[in-house]
Design a protein around this ligand. Sequence first.
Ligand SMILES: *Cc1c(COP(=O)(O)O)cnc(C)c1O
Length: 387
Amino acid sequence: MIPYGKQSINEDDIDAVLKVLKSDFITQGNAVPAFERELSKSCDVPYVTVVNSATSALHLACLALGLGPGDTAWTTPISFVATANCIRYCGANVDFVDIDPGTFNLCPLRLAEKLNFHRKKGLPLPKVVIPVHMCGQSCDMKAIFDLSLEYGFKVLEDGAHAIGAHFHDRPVGCSDYSDATVFSFHPVKIITTGEGGAVLTRNQEIAEKVALLRSHGVTRDPEKMDQEPDGSWYYQQVDLGFNFRMTDLQAALGLSQLERLDQFIETRQKLADRYTRLLADLPLKLPEVKSGCFSAWHLFVIRLNLEQIALSHKEVFEQLREAGIGVNLHYIPIYRQPYYRKSGFEGFSLPESEAYYQEAITLPLFPSMTEPQQDEVCSALQKVLSQ
Ligand SMILES: *Cc1c(COP(=O)(O)O)cnc(C)c1O
């Protein structure tokens, strides 16, 4: 089976991890801050805090943005469930905004409509909006930022797919148009630490809060304590935090992977361009890249023109799997999950998200994918669609 995604690990990565294993600190050592510094340079953003997953990063960022019971946050239904769950972890309510059918990103026009409608009707307005850079292409962050100024909400970018992407020549993660950005370093993503994530921000207060909550809410900084330290052993727990730390083994792997970020993106870009050429004549809608966007190409998602195809979406999907092509579907609209249906979304649906779910298929794409493997995917697809 050709998988839809997979990590690329080389000897340098292995050596970097072994070096930490043989050192004195396998956690809470120097590799974590070193990885944070390199991410900060790479994304041109002053503060980076790495954690044990993007899910933890989203959770801590939501807490740092002050999200709590009684608040509402809005996001897109076409994402992994973690993007909505982080809102629930804070005890806040979730609502969903429909997508742009070409980029599958949260649509700023639908967002503007919904904000206007909620304001007019006295319905809850969001405290935080979480756009997701689907497949590695940035949302229209300028449009979302302008709305945030008008309606007074905060913006948290879910950039789990998008390290290495650019929006108007600025790296995703720079957080020019948001309060913070989150990355994931899960093995299917662009670079990996096994499990891992990061919160990037230009706001010192948010960064300090995330760092505090990452490690039990415990501080050794006398300035943050409510009394003089009892002695040099002294620490204080000043907030209810977690253990969401990344280990130094992971950070060393991340540092080594980050050196190859441009290379990974270049290979993904080449493969995506090649898919676009090879699939041009099939009854498909191919992914659109908007002007001003440079995608990290985490995913290559096609949409079937079902009226031109004899088989159903499910049949196409199953037959590709039978042909050894590890296709996937990113994502089932989150409001369709039983947990969300039980929490007020029974019968809820958004038209573009539904249409997307009926047609979308993710094709394999990863840096070590060979041209013959890609040809195999394309000919399997051609064969299935010509029935
Ligand atoms: C993978 C992913 C996450 C969660 O990342 P983890 O590091 O696995 O916790 C969140 N949001 C999106 C859009 C993702 O793709």
